[in-house]
Design a binder for this molecule. Structure first.
Ligand code: PMP
Length: 392
């Protein structure tokens, strides 16, 4: 259709530069192996850390919810779309996170947008790590608050920002708990200390730490023993939890305020019963099957050591997210394509998701991977890495 030629021109340029991608449809359910275009490959690109997307208890909970309550809710939460189960999930999350209250949003993305846009005004300032997730960046774009960006995990840079923003009503420091493209953990104890020294608020996005770090996967705050010292904990129900949604956990006043002012919460239909009941079952699984998290970490350690001993650069990763740095965008796609040929699905991550020159293939092992699958994946990395001169 006429009118969109300007978009096509840009797409053509992307094709010329070898960075145009098509979506990769899976022919099977999510798991340690998946079928792509008829070929079974080892899955190293999902956020399904604990394999909960197909856990029998979650499946059963979802089926039962559909049978008893149907497939949709027919309204936003604040009009007619709050079912008892929504409140029950929120109670469960608050208890799990050791906070007064919690509120579920449609996704982790909209949670960050909703929280940041609601609680700050032009009288306030938000101070954000430079590598924070896109949903935090977009949330900040939606606020009228002033902004400061500090150098990634650099506490001197954060303190400098705190020193020069003392005239604002409120200062909110916001950070990913685990950085999604690098797998490093935010230095939360130092951040909290600075926040307490300068009387600032702290918000942590635990999308990649929920179900991964802390006792039973309670997240980075619990991991560092900082329960009660971080004002706002955001997380997702779409990664280790295995379903869909986002949540914010914190003081009752925060949650009550968001019920009135959190725009994605107010203006978007509530989660279907199957999603809500499966999310609840997932929290129960975190409590009753801690061996899943142990297996996840055992696999992560094994795979990281394997990549390191092959000579790959995996940066500062301290979690199951393990990037394999290759430099240029094209090299990331070449490695990813070659790996797929050898039976491993590991996506290349390029600009603008990561900085120019920092392209990588990002891997995430899960609790479901067997040792044999991980060994097979390491062999594929060795073969592809040598062919592309990434390792010797
Ligand atoms: N925050 C971070 C740090 C993330 O990595 C993601 C997922 N890409 C999100 C938020 C968004 O979560 P969701 O997929 O539930 O929208």
């Amino acid at each position: 259709m006429k009118g969109l030629e300007y978009l096509q021109a840009e797409l053509d340029e992307m094709k010329e530069n070898g960075v145009f991608r098509t979506l990769v449809p899976l022919d099977t359910e999510q798991g340690s192996k998946v079928k792509i275009e008829g070929k079974t490959v080892i899955q190293l690109s999902s956020n399904n850390y604990l394999g909960l997307t197909s856990h029998p208890r979650l499946r059963d909970a979802a089926m039962e919810a559909i049978r008893s309550y149907g497939v949709g809710t027919g309204s936003v939460r604040t009009i007619a779309g709050t079912f008892k189960m929504h409140a029950e999930l929120e109670r469960k999350l608050a208890e799990f996170k050791h906070t007064e209250a919690a509120l579920v949003f449609q996704s982790g993305f909209t949670t960050n947008q909703g929280v940041l846009s609601a609680i700050l005004t032009e009288k306030d300032v938000v101070i954000s790590d430079e590598l924070n997730h896109a949903s935090i960046i977009d949330g900040i774009r939606l606020t009228k608050a002033a902004r400061r960006v500090y150098t990634h995990v650099d506490m001197e840079s954060l303190e400098a920002a705190l020193k020069e923003t003392q005239s604002y009503r409120k200062r909110l420091i916001v950070t990913d708990g685990v950085f999604s493209m690098d797998g490093n953990i935010a230095p939360l104890p130092a951040i909290v200390e600075l926040a307490e020294k300068y009387d600032a608020l702290v918000m942590v996005d635990d999308a990649h730490a929920s179900g991964v770090l802390g006792k039973n996967g309670r997240g980075t705050v619990n991991h560092f023993g900082l329960d009660g010292r971080v004002h706002i904990q955001v997380g997702t129900l779409s990664k280790a939890i295995g379903v869909l949604g986002g949540y914010v956990a914190g003081p009752q006043a925060l949650i009550d305020y968001l019920i009135h002012k959190g725009r994605p919460f107010l203006f978007s239909t509530s989660h279907p019963p199957a999603v809500t009941m499966a999310n609840m079952a997932a929290i129960d699984v975190l409590i009753s099957e801690p061996e899943l998290i142990e297996k996840l970490w055992e696999n992560a350690r094994f795979f990281k050591e394997g990549l390191l001993s092959l000579g790959f650069d995996i940066g500062e990763s301290k979690t199951p997210i393990t990037p394999v740095f290759v430099g240029e965008d094209k090299a990331a796609y070449e490695l990813s394509d070659r790996l797929l040929e050898y039976g491993v699905f590991a996506q290349g991550i390029v600009f603008p998701t990561v900085a120019k020159g920092k392209a990588r293939v990002r891997t995430i092992v899960t609790a479901e991977h067997t040792k044999e699958e991980l060994e097979e994946a390491l062999s594929a990395f060795e073969r592809a890495g040598k062919q592309l001169n990434l390792i010797k």
